[in-house]
Unconditional design. Sequence first.
Length: 292
Amino acid sequence: VSGAAGVLVGHPFDTVKVRLQVQSVEKPLYRGTFHCFQSIIKQESVFGLYKGIGSPMMGLTFINALVFGVQGNTLRALGKDTPLNQFLAGSAAGAIQCVICCPMELAKTRMQLQGTGEYKLKMKNYKNSLDCLIKIYRKEGLRGINRGMVSTFIRETPSFGFYFLTYDCMTRYLGCEAEDSYVIPKLLFSGGMSGIVSWLSTYPVDVIKSRLQADGVGGVTQYNGILDCIRKSYHEEGWRVFTRGLTSTLLRAFPVNAATFATVTVFLMYMRSEDNLRECEPGPVIQQPSSL
């Protein structure tokens, strides 16, 4: 539920981020984050901001199950709840969920770029996210569906490590206890800051991933791989290319991750109440010394 709410809140910002990341430097359509927002609403209506939302909606259940499940089990397997183990457990979760995340983001990116600048699409290449993946598979096979997998892995592995590490450190520092009357605001703030830190840690890699997954949309392929994409992007646009769309990403990261982490933590608190305590083992979030 928290994941679905996060997508509804954050997807418009994600659409803006992708458009800014992949637009041509020679003929840019948008001057910045807010101009991109205004242009999409004006040219494509509000629904233009929600293009490709079906893909993350479909994948979120599995991704959240994997991320929190793997992180919790890895932390238990490591034995001690230390900052290093929090980072390692988060990194393991990020690495494994790439199997679902990469195809999901590929479909999302292709759908977000479809009909750029058009109020009513004259021609739809893809009806929806599932149709997008099916057509890519028929044309390019498994390799096509997993386009950008290496860059996704490079982005997600350390990013989720910082994600869980930051949340653990913030909740300990703020003293998030179950009986605290301000526990919900503290959890929301901790989750939001975790999202911001995780994105800042690997954002340049996300730019490369978006460019690789968008490559070939118009029938023209520009990049031969990650290094070629980095070299050409830097040569043509300078170092600023690796921060394209960062503003919209950070605007999205705080509310989305605040809602996600707070909801998961509150749900686990409820499940560990006196009625359910005997049936539930310690979960992935805040195990010691906090009473959560």
